[in-house]
Design a protein. Sequence first.
Length: 382
Amino acid sequence: MSEQIIIIGSGVSGLTTALTLQLLGYETAIYTEKTITDISNKNGHPEFASLFPSASIIPHSVYSNQLEKLFKRSQYIFYELRKLAFPGITINKHYELWESEPNRPDYCNWMLNFEAVSNTEIEKLPHRPVVDKLYGWSFNCIFADWSLYLPALLHTYLQNGGTIRQQKVNRETISDLPAEIIINCSSTGSPYLFDDPSNKQLVVRGHLLHKADAPLLTNSNGEIVSYNYTPKAEIYSDSKGKAADVYCYPRKDGWILGGSRQVGTLENEEWQVSEDYYEIDGIRFPKQIIDLNSRIINTFFETELSIKNELTPSVGYRYIRNKKNGLRLESETVANKKVIHNYGHGGAGVTLSWGCALAVTSHVNNNSADENKQTLLKEIQQ
């Protein structure tokens, strides 16, 4: 195939979509104003979500009526990549735990080795030292170690003939782009490039801390352990008083600690800021990210974490678009070009990256996503 396709946006969705199309025989070019490798101060670009992924392959904070099939296809590709020893893909024993009984999300049915927790073995679960009852589950979870996975993804794209052109695209220049098919992966830039049928453009602001050179956290079976932990609301809650979670995701380059989920809009970036905060390098973040994680890590892993450690804070946005059907994965005609939208992934940009890329490809070649998946796997295995 010689037909050129232009992808707008160089985050994980744009890069994965471009690589998928490139491997399926299309000539692709990514158009982007900035790339991840160019940015030295990532806190100056909170809208560039691919600078800040925790990269757990779990469909958190995303809304779509296609979620199950997109997730399952994406999860399948990640597992196949792991078999091929693609850099950065690991599997953790992941816990999602609550101190009050939660509603069970649908994705629990899609995770491998899912198991409800038992309070008779609470000492085997990550927990606060004063807690004697927990709810939740564990499962095998794929993680993309970002310091390894993203460079490998970029290298694979370029190695297979893809190109990246650093050029700002705006609404007026869409018609001048030298391709008849445009894939829009511009995330928060999308409403400024194209008309969006959604009235309210929601983003979630999140705080992360990176503890470099921290050891991998493992259990007695030698499995790498990660967790999301939600205490009672009086211990940690969001601006509406709903119980909020913290987490720790160990990676080869250290721990990623979170979290916060502060909802705002693209038009009005006014965030509800907790009065209970720590500050590092001028960045304020909820103190529970350190205090709660410290108690859990010390109790369960017998490892220390404190504000006195060398911690690097970051603040990034997750673009959820809206809560009715946030992910936009559809095509339209704009300036006599076929534009396929792929944005609004919320906290699941990495998680859904391959599933969405396969869906985009179906808009291009009219094959089913599963047909494209099998062709893609053959190309990857070569």
